[in-house]
Ligand binder design. Structure first.
Ligand code: NAP
Length: 272
């Protein structure tokens, strides 16, 4: 893993966003603020919002691909990546393009991108480790993971990374596999606990401790993300299955310890 702190010579980019959902919109706002030119396409019609943001929205994939973007940024759901990529008329690309994905799992998308994209396209796999909530007040100090999978056009890749670097992100270069291993133990676990708390319907009480308030916040923030996102963290990260098993085992262990204590206390309460 390498931490990059260099400040490359950057230029403004033409960036095409595929998947204009909550996260695509969130990234687009900062990219627009930085002066990049944006286009977008998505399954649903986001043309009105795009018009308000100064982004050209294309319903047709052909027009989108022909817009000659420097970078095509894939912001679609984890579950739909293959389907979405296969629907792009990649043969219409007019020149070598950098494809950068921002999906929250990395090894699977890396394989799919290498399989589906034309050999002349560059590939950058990334995961901004924040979202519309945690990055609401800026990205300073927030982690940005990336792997330069197949990069020949250094200038375009550096300029794209500079978008995040210049906002103060902690730039972490690591392999997609390493990312997935760490994310299964951190992000997937966090979302799973949040989902469990949501199933339990926990709500604030008049006697909340700080710890409980943290749990409420965790529940609220995890259920703000779509279930597609959460299930993608499980289905497309091979390390997540083991972490789910570890969680179940740990829960059973704790429960067993409590039951043992309960039995002991029942015995001590019995009359002599
Ligand atoms: N939210 C975050 O905090 C966060 C942080 C880092 C990375 N990410 C990653 O960013 C990506 C987008 O996340 P998100 O929060 O916006 O929510 P999401 O539910 O993961 O993805 C929503 C996006 O996927 C598109 N989509 C879903 N199903 C589709 C299908 N069958 N065919 C075509 N398009 C489909 C939606 O298109 P329409 O809107 O047009 O329907 C929308 O653009 C995900 O890969 C996620 O892992 C998210």
């Amino acid at each position: 893993m390498a931490v990059s702190s260099s400040s490359p010579l950057s230029r403004t980019l033409r960036i095409g966003i595929v998947g204009f959902g909550p996260f695509g919109q969130f990234l687009a706002k900062t990219m627009m603020k930085q002066g990049h030119t944006l286009t977008a396409t998505s399954r649903s019609d986001h043309s009105q919002l795009c018009a308000r943001l100064g982004i050209s929205f294309f319903r047709g994939m052909n027009e989108f691909i022909e817009a000659e973007n420097d970078v095509i940024m894939l912001c679609t759901s984890i579950l739909s990546l293959t389907e979405v990529l296969e629907s792009l008329p990649l043969h219409c690309l007019k020149r070598p393009t950098l494809f950068a994905d921002v999906l929250s799992v990395k090894e699977g998308p890396r394989e799919v991108l290498l399989q589906v994209l034309p050999e002349e396209s560059d590939v950058l796999c990334t995961h901004p480790m924040f979202g519309p909530e945690s990055g609401r007040d800026g990205w300073n100090g927030l982690a940005f993971m990336y792997e330069r999978v197949r990069i020949r056009d250094e200038a375009t890749c550096s300029s794209f990374l500079h978008i995040f670097e210049s906002e103060g992100c902690r730039m972490l270069e690591m392999s997609c596999e390493e990312h997935d291993k760490l994310a299964a133990r951190s992000q997937f676990l966090t979302h799973t606990i949040g989902r469990i708390l949501s199933e339990m319907e926990i709500e604030p009480t008049p006697i909340d401790t700080k710890g409980f308030q943290t749990l409420i916040q965790l529940k609220d923030s995890t259920i703000r993300d779509s279930f597609d996102l959460y299930s993608g963290l499980f289905v497309h990260n091979k390390f997540a299955k083991q972490e789910l098993n570890n969680l179940v085992l740990a829960f059973e262990k704790v429960k067993q310890k409590l039951e043992e204590m309960n039995e002991k206390s029942d015995l001590s309460m019995q009359p002599l």
